[in-house]
Design a protein around this ligand. Structure first.
Ligand code: NIG
Ligand code: FE
Length: 411
């Protein structure tokens, strides 16, 4: 079934096949076609161009988008969308003066979410996740990475990964699953971090690989959580199962994890609220994508990832939500883009590139997603009538989305 969308005011992020990521100055350019058409066949983009070249006779359906802007759906390359319950009490505790680290050291934080999740059935967990995923799709997310990590036992980690698998099967959105068993040291391994890492490597990884439940592996490399040595051991073991790393690093402290992640060929290094020159030079000449999570900085009041420093060093940068109950209880990529412009001084062009093509790269799907390209997924956002695309982050409090298509299906 062919559908032609006509009279598009601005068709954004048009790219030739082969563009897989953008770095440095390249990020400041967002290719736009004015007064355009877009032709899709089932789940794929098959053509686009200026209106004067549109052939309406080839299509089964013609949709008039006069005054509307079209852009590829967001790729959210870092989420923890499968979690149980919420942590609004910790939110209030933080307002009253406790820090994220203080709450965690009192048994709150990740361990709090893990307790809740262990008590929740797979059915209920799916139901909670299904609602969140439906909601983010309506907000324009067409591809999403989802991590485990609130289980911390083999049984509970498998429960999360099976829920992710079911979401993958039942939703049109492209889903990548990441195994984050090394999110925090569970009480059963208190004061025995190394023992827990061994347990992950010997018991969890093989079981997860056996059921083919993960596409990537992650670890929270941070003081009080896991060390650089733990990460090296885990990434080496994971590579034996064909799993590449996407790692949490440099959220609160610089502990030398970035150069090590690069050496171990991590696909992405995420957070980077703190970053030094050695980290920047480790990332130069690497294939690893730096990922910023501005809603986490916003929600727990920590520094924003230094986007200007990263881009001016000639590096690429991707943006994601970090959707999770503790540090970013929102999966709204529109707000991520706006926050990146407002707080990180990224231009709308840079932020849109970071949330589409570069974010697609950070989850290993930039050959099929992240731009309006012939042969890529027919996943795109149709905006309301807006004066220009810069209005999207400017009007940050409103969702200027009229329709979302994911893999050719109207959501
Ligand atoms: O990405 N930093 C580690 N993990 C999550 C938050 C975990 C939590 O507080 O539940 C993050 O921010
Ligand atoms: Fe995270």
């Amino acid at each position: 079934m062919k559908t032609i969308f006509v009279n598009i005011k601005e068709l954004l992020q048009i790219r030739e096949p082969g563009t897989v990521k953008l770095k440095g100055d390249e990020m400041s350019i967002l290719p736009v076609l004015e007064n355009a058409f877009l032709l899709t066949e089932d789940e794929m983009i098959i053509d686009f161009g200026e209106m004067r070249y549109a052939d309406l006779s080839v299509a089964d359906t013609v949709i008039d988008l006069s005054g509307r802007t079209v852009l590829p759906t967001w790729c959210d390359s870092h989420t923890h969308l499968v979690y149980a319950g919420n942590r609004e009490q910790e939110f209030v505790d933080r307002i009253n003066g406790l820090s994220y680290e203080e709450i965690a050291s009192k048994g709150g934080g990740i361990l709090n979410s893990a307790r809740k999740l262990q008590e929740t059935s797979e059915y209920d967990l799916y139901e909670q996740a299904r609602l969140r995923l439906t909601n983010v799709m309506k907000m324009g997310t067409g591809a999403i990475e989802i991590k485990s990590g609130y289980g911390l036992t083999l049984e509970a980690e498998l429960k999360i990964l099976r829920v992710i698998k079911r979401l993958k099967e039942e939703f049109p959105v492209t889903v990548k699953a990441t195994f984050l068993g090394a999110h925090a040291v569970p009480d059963a391994f208190k004061n025995n971090r190394e023992g827990y890492i061994d347990h992950i490597i010997r018991e969890m990884l093989p079981a997860i690989a056996d059921e083919k439940l993960a596409d990537y592996v992650d670890i929270f490399c941070e003081k009080g959580y896991f060390t650089v040595e733990n990460m090296e051991k885990l990434l080496s073991a994971a590579s034996e199962f064909g799993l590449q790393g996407k790692v949490h690093v440099n959220q609160f402290n610089i502990i030398g994890a970035i150069s090590s992640a690069v050496t171990h060929k991590a696909l992405s290094v995420d957070h980077l609220e703190v970053l030094d020159d050695a980290d920047i030079s480790a990332l130069s000449e690497s294939e690893t994508m730096p990922v910023a999570l501005p809603l986490c900085s916003f929600f727990i009041s920590i520094p924003y990832t230094p986007a200007r420093k990263i881009i001016e060093a000639g590096l690429p940068l991707a943006l994601a939500t970090d959707f999770n109950p503790g540090t970013a209880p929102s999966g709204n990529m529109n707000l991520v883009v706006a926050t990146a412009c407002i707080k990180m001084k990224m231009t709308p062009e840079e932020a849109i590139n970071a949330a589409t093509i570069n974010a697609a790269y950070a989850m290993g799907i930039s050959r099929t997603h992240g731009s309006i390209t012939k042969g890529k997924s027919a996943s795109f956002i149709i905006t309301k009538e807006i004066p220009s695309y810069g209005y999207l982050p400017y009007d940050f409090g409103n969702l200027n989305i009229e329709d979302v298509y994911i893999a050719g299906k109207k959501i």
